[in-house]
Design a protein around this ligand. Sequence first.
Ligand code: FES
Length: 134
Amino acid sequence: MADMYSKEVMDHFMNPRNVGEIKDASGVGEKGNPTCGDIMRMFIKVGKKPSSGGQGMEEVIEDIKFQTFGCGAAVATSSMITEMVIGKTLEEAEKISNNQVAEALGGLPPIKMHCSNLAADALHDAIENYKKSK
Ligand code: FES
């Protein structure tokens, strides 16, 4: 069974990064997976840094944590996405798709691709939640 997963997937599944909750989160996202009924919650902490263009400040994801009642592929994609977005601007984070996360993990079995939607959707939901709360 395990050999249908890449080394990266197994690593992120066995040692998931950034699991937990951010108590004073700037935004919280929650998504359910219609295919399997699993649930994902993502917490983001937004901060500011001088923009790369040298003009003004831009908003970046300073910290991110997740909690999931999902399967191994959901855990691995969430763990990977948290590592991909720390330090990124909100615009950059919004553009990250489930396909990019799956690629960064060295691929997912086709029947598990739906699991990677949870991570990307919950992240995008958390960013939207933050923007609405401003
Ligand atoms: Fe539900 Fe993978 S089976 S998230």
